[in-house]
Design a protein around this ligand. Structure first.
Ligand code: 3HC
Length: 278
């Protein structure tokens, strides 16, 4: 299958890696061909590190990378599946998918990796069928895919994407469209609450994370997890949950807003709640 992945950030690169590892052609798209090539090079470098650590053979890495393709926009016309992982902004997503709608073959499926936006609204003006295919960070390590049915998504398409998710080694859960779906509706307020506990001076950042790791067997605490997800994304999802429901339980902590304004987004910028530059 030929999969065109738009957006080559943490999620898009991870999705490309997983499809290519499972025998599919993964076309990587970013703001330009040169930028997509830089992301492809970064992916190759991360696989080389795995090879150096003895976690992957050179042959497997080369084989995987041979299926990661960078090309012009028009080459997406014969993709079987389009997955968009661009900015969490409705008009950005709609503009991109509108352009793809005009060139992609009729049988192509359109999927969105949105973390909380409405699949129904994203697909509203498209001829191609639309479904949510929500991966988790880090994509190669996380087993889940939320398969999200918008108001116009057929049960056949949900089944097709669920089967494809299994084929690439993931476990699908079928979710009816709702703000934040299942995971982010629960997980993102949990990260937000971690920041509230920190702000109230209940415990230090380190101890809040140790408490949740050792008290609940979570692989990482809420503050470290927010640093992994990115506080810009956490804030964006909190705002979607709040704006869609007007329920005050989804009010984002002001400290998160302040961190985002200061560019302290977490691991990707080197500093969030914790400092990764040391
Ligand atoms: N990118 C790619 N792969 C990564 C990675 C990264 N940033 N970090 C870890 N991995 C891979 C490793 O390569 C390793 O795979 P391998 O065995 O094939 O080499 C595997 O994950 C385990 O890694 P490690 O042994 O180094 O590290 P840990 O055992 O400490 O696990 C972790 C790291 C998987 C990140 C673990 O701490 C974890 O599960 N944390 C919780 C992550 C989580 O909750 N993610 C969901 C976020 S919400 C989301 O994504 C939704 C979005 O819409 C916001």
């Amino acid at each position: 299958m030929k999969v065109a992945i738009f957006g080559a950030g943490t999620m898009g690169s991870g999705i490309a890696q997983v499809f290519a590892a499972n025998g599919h052609t993964a076309m990587m798209y970013a703001s330009s061909v040169a930028s997509a090539q830089r992301h492809k090079d970064k992916l190759a470098a991360s696989l080389n590190k795995k090879v150096a650590r003895g976690k992957m053979t050179q042959e497997a890495a080369d084989d995987l990378m041979s299926r990661v393709v960078v090309d012009e926009f028009e080459a997406a016309a014969d993709a079987d599946l389009v997955i968009e992982c661009v900015a969490e902004n409705m008009s950005v997503k709609k503009e991109l998918l509108g352009r793809l709608d005009a060139i992609c073959k009729e049988s192509a499926i359109f999927a969105s990796n949105t973390s909380s936006l409405s699949i129904t609204e994203i697909g509203a003006d498209l001829k191609h069928p639309m479904v949510g295919m929500h991966f988790f960070n880090p994509v190669p390590a996380m087993k889940l895919v939320e398969v999200i049915a918008g108001a116009n998504t057929s049960s056949e398409l949900v089944e097709k994407i669920s089967n494809l998710s299994k084929e690439i080694g993931k476990t699908p859960v079928v979710v009816n469209e709702a703000p934040g779906f299942v995971v982010n509706k629960i997980l993102i307020p949990y990260c937000n609450e971690g920041v509230c506990v920190l702000q109230e001076g209940v415990a230090s950042a380190e101890d809040i994370d140790i408490a949740m790791q050792l008290g609940c067997n979570h692989p990482m605490g809420p503050l470290h997890l927010g640093d992994l997800i990115g506080w810009d994304i956490v804030l964006n999802i909190m705002d979607v949950l709040f704006n869609e429901t007007h329920d005050s339980k989804y009010r984002a902590n002001v400290l998160i807003r302040k961190m985002v304004r200061a560019g302290k987004l977490g691991m990707k910028t080197g500093e969030g709640i914790f400092n990764y530059n040391k």
